[in-house]
Design a protein around this ligand. Structure first.
Ligand code: SF4
Length: 286
């Protein structure tokens, strides 16, 4: 096995190890959320059942048919997602419902997690890991110009006065923050790279660059909302590290970023730079 293949195999192995515990939490919460949604849909039909007969005798049955269809859709989407997570295969048509699952179920799962004493951070982290696995299963390989490396503003050194939001090339590459190494990576592989200071700017960058795959670095909260916002564009998330607390002088393993880039590039050149070692917790987001 070549060095490059070994590095990719190591990347996949790390991802799979961290995923195992996240999957259980995600599957438990999504099953609970599906049951809850189906229960609410049933109530939506049952409560006005008697009142509807006064409009037309068939009205309750028409509403009932709509509710049954919605329940089947929710069940099919959730089952397809769980199967995809467990065995890497989906049900026919279930992938089309992933958007519904991603947009509707995550907020519900956060609420359910809260009711069960599970932190938002754990639920979001689990969602991101499962999303990453789905992207690894479903996304192909892309030309460099079709990949966008999207970074959070907090990676920039807080004392740096360069304005990078509109032009990342304003960076003087002093090496006091990870932006220098990430710029070198983006140039080596020829992918687009941008810094977003918030969700609105991130959306604008995505609209302007029209990527086919986004490799996003951020915290759990921003990654989870970003994955929802950018759907159906596949977004692979790499968690940042926060040695100084949230949103201040954050770090990221450039090795993880490079391995993720190589995983999705159609024809990656030789690896680019030397890196800090991968920390398991960086990928786990804990
Ligand atoms: S590498 Fe230096 S110049 Fe570039 S963003 Fe970081 S601190 Fe600023």
């Amino acid at each position: 096995m070549s060095d490059d293949s070994k590095r990719l195999a190591e990347f996949d192995a790390l991802d799979i190890t961290v995923l195992r515990e996240r999957k259980r939490l995600f599957i438990g919460l999504i099953t609970l959320a599906s049951v809850l949604v189906c229960g609410l849909l049933f109530l939506l039909w049952y409560v006005p059942y008697i009142g509807l007969t006064t409009i037309h005798p068939l009205a309750p049955w028409l509403l009932g048919a709509v509710v049954v269809l919605a329940v089947c859709g929710v069940g099919w989407a959730a089952l397809g997602l769980v199967l995809n997570i467990l065995v890497g295969r989906s049900l026919p048509g279930a992938r089309r419902l992933h958007g519904l699952t991603i947009k509707l179920f995550l907020p519900l799962m956060v609420l359910l997690g809260k009711a069960l004493g599970i932190s938002k951070r754990r639920v979001r982290s689990s969602f991101i890991k499962v999303n990453n696995e789905l992207v690894l299963h479903e996304a192909g390989r892309y030309e460099a110009r079709d990949i966008l490396l999207l970074l959070p503003h907090c990676l920039q050194n807080s004392r740096c006065e360069m304005r990078l939001t509109y032009d990342i090339n304003n960076c003087k590459r002093c090496g006091k923050c990870p932006i220098k190494a990430l710029l070198e990576l983006s140039e080596h592989y020829g992918v687009n790279m941008a810094i977003a200071t918030g969700g609105t700017i991130a959306r604008r960058i995505v609209v302007q660059t029209r990527p086919k795959l986004i490799l996003a670095v951020a915290c759990e909260r921003d990654l989870a909302s970003g994955i929802q916002d950018t759907y159906p564009i596949p977004t692979y998330g790499v968690m940042n590290e926060r040695p100084h607390g949230p949103c201040l002088d954050t770090q990221v393993s450039t090795e993880l970023v490079e391995k993720a880039l190589r995983r999705f590039l159609a024809t990656p050149p030789e690896p680019a730079v030397s890196h800090r070692p991968i920390k398991a917790h960086a990928q786990a987001g804990i």
